[in-house]
Design a binder for this molecule. Structure first.
Ligand code: PLP
Length: 416
């Protein structure tokens, strides 16, 4: 942490020189996602085109609230959402909206599911795995569900939602006559990068006539890859999908998409009428199909960033991340570490030996040791103990970095 410049505006406006030096102080204290050792979280280095588009977006200062305040950009958002839907394999009639982060996309999806369920179905439950993201808890609170509404089910050894547990719970809910608002599947859990069995979950949900939301904030972008799209197989059967290009593709924050199998549900959930705006000529007003009112044209940096990458760049980004994870996993001494399995580009692990207290001390000491050597990992609590976690979305991390990092980790524990 570093000292901050003066907070309050001075009596007179500051000169450009002094503004720049203030800015430098703030930048010096910032997290550096472009550092090759920045491996702690799902925050990759930003793409140049995405940064430029962000500046242009600010300069245009258009408002996605209404078409007349963002002509062109409203259409661009509509069309790019449709392109994502098409690539994922959603049918005609699908569409989406951008949101300032996956928390908001998940909330909007569940509000849409609640509206689709209808008011006559009272006191519904919400089902997800124990590894689902905390934003699902937040959504349940904001929607005002009962305290026992969010029911977390166990995960199987590979980290995906246990199908038998879900089938049992759906059956018992049906027997009780209690409605289910939605099943939330996770395509890429936050600690392990595990993917719930999407196709099987979709079948269960179809049979039980329950809304399936796929929280693919982390994994959804893999649907764009020709060699790895099979990881997301089944996602195309969802009623709604959250996907965060900010987490791996290098689109500057915030960049999250909510995609709906039938986009009419967005209007049904959120439309209030905008009496002080002209009726839209083309697309829905952005403010009529989502929770946010005034909203920047975040679509610009997503669109320009993807155009800069091209299909080849998207593929290289996704494959590179998976390759770095595989290379790193192979370098860790299997006699010393237990790796928590998952399918995506993150890896959590803990020492084989020692109890819960030892795991806490080791993870804390090792994280500090790595920090002082230029590597930042995170320290999630998973199951009954602390682990270390590395995320391999950073293309500046080379094979040399991975071998140095794994050697330091292997040396952090006594021989097995
Ligand atoms: C990051 C994440 C979210 C929330 O996204 P934000 O953009 O941080 O609000 C939701 N679900 C999963 C699985 C995530 O990893």
């Amino acid at each position: 942490m570093r000292p901050l410049p003066d907070v309050a505006p001075g009596v007179e406006g500051a000169s450009v020189d002094s503004l720049l030096s203030d800015l430098q102080q703030v930048m010096d204290g910032a997290y550096q996602p472009s550092h090759p050792g920045a491996l702690a979280h799902l925050d990759p280095p930003p793409l140049t085109a995405s940064i430029a588009a962000e500046l242009v977006c600010a300069g245009l200062n258009n408002n996605l609230l209404a078409e007349e305040l963002s002509p062109g950009l409203t259409g661009l958002e509509h069309d790019l959402c449709r392109w994502f839907c098409h690539r994922i394999g959603l049918p005609r009639g699908s569409g989406g909206v951008l949101a300032s982060g996956g928390t908001l996309s998940n909330l909007m999806a569940l509000v849409a599911a609640r509206a689709a369920l209808g008011a006559t179905h009272r006191d519904p439950v919400l089902l997800c795995s124990q590894d689902a993201h905390v934003s699902i808890n937040k959504a349940a609170k904001v929607i005002g569900l009962a305290d026992d509404a969010l029911q977390r089910l166990p995960v199987a050894t590979e980290g995906g939602l246990c199908l038998e547990a879900l089938a049992d719970r759906l059956r018992s809910l049906q027997a009780e006559g209690r409605p289910c608002l939605a099943v939330v599947a996770t395509a890429g859990t936050t600690v392990r990068g595990a993917i719930d069995p999407l196709s099987d979950l979709a079948n269960l949900c179809r049979d039980a006539e329950v809304w399936l939301h796929v929280d693919a904030a982390i994994g959804g972008v893999f649907a764009l890859s020709s060699s790895h799209a099979s990881l997301m197989r089944g996602m195309e059967q969802a009623d709604s999908i959250t996907l965060n290009p900010q987490k791996l593709l290098g689109i500057t924050k915030a960049s999250s998409l909510l995609l709906l199998r039938d986009r009419i549900h967005l209007r049904q959930a959120f439309s209030t009428g905008l009496p002080y705006m002209e009726a839209p000529r083309g697309m829905d007003h952005g403010g009529e199909i989502g929770l946010q009112g005034t909203r920047p044209a975040e679509i610009l940096k997503l669109w320009l960033g993807l155009r800069q990458l091209g299909e080849a760049g998207i593929e290289a980004t996704l494959s590179g991340a998976l390759q770095r994870r595989a290379a790193f996993a192979a370098l860790l001494d299997p006699g010393k570490f237990t790796l928590l399995s998952g399918d995506l580009h993150l890896l959590a692990f803990h020492a084989n030996k020692g109890g819960i207290d030892a795991a806490g001390r080791w993870s804390e000491d090792t994280r500090q040791m790595l920090l002082s050597n230029g590597y930042m990992l995170s320290r999630p609590f998973y199951g009954d103990r602390f682990c270390l976690k590395a995320v391999f979305g950073n293309p500046h991390t080379t094979a040399q970095h991975l071998s140095d990092l794994s050697a330091r980790l292997n040396e952090s524990l006594a021989p097995a």
